[in-house]
Design a binder for this molecule. Structure first.
Ligand code: AKG
Ligand code: FE2
Length: 274
């Protein structure tokens, strides 16, 4: 296994391993490098659904997306994200978010496997929210420490790219999580930002919450890694330490990824205040 850290304590590229068989000490080493660097990029993979699922399942309890209408024909634990999908095609850009932040126990890791990549655009961008928190000026720290924020599946003025059915929205109520969270395994704290879903911060009005959020996003944009995909790349990211977004790509160019994820064990699943 050959590991190269791409930015300051952020994004490690791991070459020369086959995820479908990765196990034992090598798997533990890859997981450690991943958590330390928040994102791991595994290159040159050739995985069928079983191989992708086997790798994911060795790392933690398998995740199934709450939005049932975007689960395809395959196993529920593998989401097909295709611009050619007849029911819910992936299209255009996607705003900053952290996966499933509007659920009580959000998914720990998301794993995205690139299969068909457009020639232009379609990068996935990640912001390091551990570094963001560590570098916040004191006046902002005072505004985020010991505060909870509200995460909602549908935010006013931001329709979902792949719409949810009304009855499903009704099932998901607004969820309050700590805005600063301790990492489940490492001695570090991170901001928990999911701008596409956050509706309120503490007892601030909607307007003041949005203003504070904008300020936090400006700080987070100093710690961004943008990934230009090559077919065969698998990116695994830690939703407790990063938020991500997607750049737009032309609708005439196909883009296809498969996606899995794994949860924290039950006892660590509900985020705690740092
Ligand atoms: O399509 C992408 O690059 C990212 C999509 C995304 O947000 C996700 O898979 O969680
Ligand atoms: Fe996402």
């Amino acid at each position: 296994m050959e590991a190269t850290v791409l930015q300051d304590n952020f994004a490690v590229r791991i070459d020369g391993i086959d995820l479908s068989t990765l196990d034992g000490d090598d798997l533990a080493e890859a997981k450690k490098l991943w958590m330390e660097n928040k994102i791991a990029i595994f290159t040159g993979q050739d995985l069928d659904d079983d191989g992708l699922l086997a790798f994911t399942g060795r790392l933690g309890p398998l995740f199934v997306h709450v939005q049932q209408n975007i689960l395809g024909d395959g196993p529920d634990e593998v989401m097909y994200m295709s611009s050619m999908d007849a029911v819910a095609p992936v299209a255009g850009d996607l705003a900053w978010h952290s996966d499933q932040s509007y659920t009580p126990g959000p998914v720990f890791a998301t794993i995205l496997y690139g299969i068909t990549i457009p020639e232009d655009g379609g990068n996935t961008l990640f912001a390091d929210l551990t570094a963001t928190y560590e570098c916040l000026p004191d006046y902002l720290r005072a505004k985020v420490d010991n505060v909870k924020a509200c995460y909602s599946p549908v935010k006013k003025g931001r329709p979902r790219r792949r719409p949810m059915k009304d009855d499903q929205i009704d099932e998901l109520s607004d969820i309050w999580h700590p805005l600063v969270r301790k990492h489940p395994y490492l001695d570090r704290k991170a901001l928990y930002l999911s701008p596409n879903h956050m509706t309120r911060i503490g007892d601030l009005s909607e307007e003041d919450s949005d203003a504070l959020l904008e300020e936090l996003i400006i700080h987070a944009s100093k710690f961004v890694y943008s990934h230009r995909w090559t077919p065969g790349d698998v990116i695994m990211w830690d939703n407790t330490q990063v938020m991500h977004r997607r750049d737009s790509f032309p609708s005439t160019q196909p883009r296809f990824h498969k996606r899995t994820g794994f949860h924290l064990p039950e006892e660590l699943r509900t985020p705690v205040t740092a």
